[in-house]
Design a protein around this ligand. Structure first.
Ligand SMILES: NC(=O)c1ccc[n+]([C@@H]2O[C@H](COP(=O)([O-])OP(=O)(O)OC[C@H]3O[C@@H](n4cnc5c(N)ncnc54)[C@H](O)[C@@H]3O)[C@@H](O)[C@H]2O)c1
Length: 350
């Protein structure tokens, strides 16, 4: 089987090694300069500190200084670092990526170019490669409802591979699937990439509904469900503006991933705090203190700018995004009023 090198030994990078190893790939895991303690643990046979699950047997590990060795002869490279680290790691790994047959990406988020323009992460990687005169292999976006700890335990998981060349995503989906790791495939890279950071934004709104229940003792399930539907409609709309298939948001990358993100996870927990009545900055400081990075907070700010950049009245058609943005930035707003105003009544045009 071909060799695959996963860049980033965090929760997702290490977890993805499990189905890949089970599917018979020759798997290498490279840790960044921030990952030594994670590799120390798994190399000693201990559970990975972020997933609490040991690394799959047979996976070869590489330290940050061994990037060249880790990439040598790799047919596929997987970018699995946090979005903030993607430009630097992409630059360092570019020679190896250029020689591979494909670049897969679990990294998710928006990127900001030097001129301030906001884009999706694949655009950032393509610009870095273009600036260095390097031709990239096909890029495969990996998304869907995948909690790293469950994936690492080989619990039943459905994911989706999106590549502009649909034959490429179809072929890799077939090569990486296992009995418990099912892979759908699509040629809608943009649709897949839009949903991933946006679901973190909307998970904050879903958390608000749960926080209201904690505060009042009264369930706010109707509000949560209405917010869920509005969130999917807004993701679909944003995708469509970028040329994506509007239906993509209604499958694994949107509905699936928002469901799993809204059940648990840091963005939802932050929303719960807001719903309970905590002030946005204080709640964020407390999450930071607990080393709980809330990806949805920077994603909200970038999403607002991205939507403004697209223009054409799109911002007015995404009231839930605007409501989350107000909740994060204005300590004076009432969480229930903000979310309710954004999602009631259902907009027939969406
Ligand atoms: N955890 C999940 O269930 C899951 C599922 C799907 C996608 N993802 C995405 O995968 C990516 C990684 O998530 P994770 O859960 O593994 O996160 P993590 O925090 O466990 O690991 C982050 C990885 O990024 C690297 N990194 C962080 N900051 C960096 C920087 N400034 N420079 C260079 N490298 C840096 C770390 O060294 C580590 O390898 C994210 O974009 C996330 O949205 C995660």
């Amino acid at each position: 089987m071909p060799t695959i090198t996963v860049l980033g030994a965090g929760a997702m990078g290490s977890a993805l090694c499990r189905p890949l190893a089970d599917a018979g790939w020759d798997v290498r895991l490279w840790g960044t300069w921030l990952d030594d303690h994670l590799l120390d643990a798994v190399e000693a046979g201990k559970p990975h500190p972020r997933t609490n699950v040991p690394l799959a047997p047979g996976v070869a590990t590489f330290r940050s200084a061994q990037l060249e060795q880790a990439l040598d002869g790799a047919q596929v490279v997987v970018m699995s670092v946090a979005s903030v680290g993607v430009p630097r790691v992409a630059e360092l790994a570019l020679p190896g990526i250029a020689k591979a047959d494909a670049l897969w990406m679990t990294s998710k988020g928006f990127s900001e170019a030097d001129d301030g323009r906001i884009g999706l992460l694949p655009e950032a990687i393509r610009s870095i490669a273009a600036a260095k005169g390097v031709t990239l292999p096909p890029l495969v976006a990996i998304a869907g409802p995948v909690k790293a700890n469950e994936c690492a335990q080989a619990l039943p998981t459905a994911t989706i591979f999106g590549c502009r060349d649909g034959e490429v995503s179809r072929s890799y989906a077939a090569q990486a699937a296992t009995a418990n790791y099912a892979i759908a495939h699509t040629d809608d890279e943009t649709g897949v990439e839009v949903c991933a950071p946006m679901k973190n934004v909307y998970a904050i709104a879903l958390g608000v509904a749960d926080g209201l229940e904690e505060k009042t003792g009264v369930p706010h399930h109707n509000l949560k469900a209405a917010a869920f539907a509005q969130a999917i409609a807004e993701m679909s709309l944003l995708g469509a503006q970028l040329g994506a298939d509007p239906a993509t948001a209604y499958g694994l990358p949107g509905v699936g991933d928002l469901e799993v993100t809204g059940l648990s996870g840091r963005n939802k927990v932050y929303g719960v705090r807001l719903g309970r009545g905590e002030q946005p900055q204080e709640a964020l400081a407390e999450m930071d203190r607990l080393e709980q990075t809330v990806e949805g907070v920077p994603a909200t700010a970038l999403a607002v700018r991205f939507v403004e950049q697209i223009g054409g009245g799109l911002a007015e058609r995404m009231p839930l995004l605007a409501a989350v943005n107000r909740l994060l930035n204005d300590a004076g707003v009432d969480p229930m009023t903000e979310v309710a105003r954004a999602v009631l009544p259902v907009k027939p045009t969406l």
